[in-house]
Design a protein around this ligand. Structure first.
Ligand SMILES: Nc1nc2c(ncn2[C@@H]2O[C@H](COP(=O)(O)OP(=O)(O)OP(=O)(O)O)[C@@H](O)[C@H]2O)c(=O)[nH]1
Ligand SMILES: [Mg+2]
Length: 366
């Protein structure tokens, strides 16, 4: 089964709110920023890199929540139809998984599945999708049914499923209520692939930052080079839950090995010889869950440790660390990007480490 099975090609088909904002409202901010080019150069530039779905935009959104003014009602509403598309996609994947695994539903549940499928067929404008209240309730009944719960609990890692499927399905009734306005939690769980270059500027601990978010899909990686100037810190995001996944764009490759190859190329790029490298081992929450049923050794033959979280994590950490040379300032953290508190802590810590390291190299710090 492929990702996004069911034909709802809603991800990546349109601009994300970040991109729309970038091309209108925040262009004004950019202009204001670039008016004083020197000012812009003085900003500590962080470039977010990593493969598709690793969590770059989630971290980018967390910066807006933590260090800017978050999301006003009208900005939050820009995410509504994307969130509803995610909900449709998640339930489609789950329903298809039930069929593929031969899991049968009770008659009443099957009626709700049919109602959901009927609604999907009639959809004309996926761009402006709004799930009606009655369909939201129907989706909730399907999700809560014993057959669906059994499928999710016992097979969730055996088919392609949105990372935030459980979050959205657990909240489907609230998300489809009249007058629903997406919360920050809803926004950071939302999935839309990035197809442009997005920037935000913010201040943290009296330092001025500029963070740049790019798309991680193969076609998007070609654009990365346009952001390579004056980078102070590469924030490379690896999805830890990728260790047993095939690259959806090229089934010959393991997704984490692909991520490792890209990381290696980036850290060996001469343009970044003075940049600090920060590695986020992201989706740590999913990684811990996944290890219980999918041993690391099945995907990494050279791994001879046990299946404990510590041992598996250290192996992956070492693998990436091996690319680092002496001249690099390198820091690595385990992260769960959907957790605002975690990102606050880890980002603060990464910045503090870099500042200390810079002071040390300048001979100003022990
Ligand atoms: N459970 C969990 N989900 C996460 C985590 N980080 C990100 N996600 C979810 O993973 C999905 C993909 O995240 P994105 O931030 O869109 O990934 P990206 O790297 O920007 O992807 P591209 O723009 O395609 O390069 C979103 O639904 C996020 O909510 C995490 O640590 N744990
Ligand atoms: Mg993105």
């Amino acid at each position: 089964m492929g990702a996004g099975a069911g034909g709802l090609s809603l991800r990546g088909a349109r601009l994300s709110p970040e991109e729309r904002a970038n091309s209108s409202k925040s262009r004004a901010i950019d202009r204001a920023l670039s008016k004083d080019h020197t000012d812009d150069l003085n900003r500590f530039k962080i470039l977010l890199l990593g493969t598709a779905e690793s969590g770059k935009s989630t971290i980018f959104r967390q910066m807006r929540v933590l260090h800017l003014d978050g999301y006003a009602k009208e900005d939050a509403l820009e995410y509504l139809s994307i969130i509803h598309s995610n909900c449709m996609e998640a339930l489609t994947q789950l329903v298809e998984a039930c069929s593929a695994f031969g899991i049968l539903h009770d008659i009443t549940v099957q009626e709700d599945v049919d109602r959901f499928e009927g609604f999907k067929k009639k959809l004309r404008d996926p761009e402006g999708l709004v799930i009606p209240v009655v369909i939201g309730r129907c989706m909730d009944r399907v999700w809560q049914s014993p057959s669906m719960q059994m499928c999710y609990e016992t097979r969730r890692f055996r088919f392609a499923l949105l990372d935030s499927a459980k979050y959205f399905m657990d909240n489907i009734v609230r998300l489809t209520e009249d007058n629903y306005v997406p919360t920050i939690q809803d926004i950071v769980h939302c999935r839309i692939s990035t197809t442009g270059i997005n920037e935000i500027a913010f201040n943290h601990k009296k330092m001025d930052f500029k963070m740049v978010d790019v798309g991680g899909q193969r076609s998007e990686r070609r654009k990365w080079i346009h952001c390579f100037d004056n980078v102070d810190m590469i924030l490379f995001i690896v999805s830890m839950s990728d260790y047993d996944q095939l690259d959806p764009e090229d089934h010959k490759y393991n997704r984490m090995k692909q991520s490792y190859e890209i990381f290696k190329t980036i850290v060996h790029c001469d343009l970044f010889r003075h940049a600090s490298i920060v590695l986020f081992l992201n989706k740590y929450d999913v990684f811990v869950e996944k290890l219980k049923t999918s041993p690391l050794r099945r995907s990494f033959k050279s791994y001879d440790g046990d299946n404990s979280e510590e041992s598996a994590r250290d192996f992956i950490k070492k693998l990436f660390r091996r690319c680092i040379t002496d001249r690099h300032k390198f820091f690595v953290f385990e992260t769960t990007a959907t957790d605002t508190g975690n990102i606050d802590l880890v980002f603060g810590s990464a910045v503090a480490h870099i500042v200390n390291e810079n002071l040390r190299s300048a001979g100003l710090h022990e």
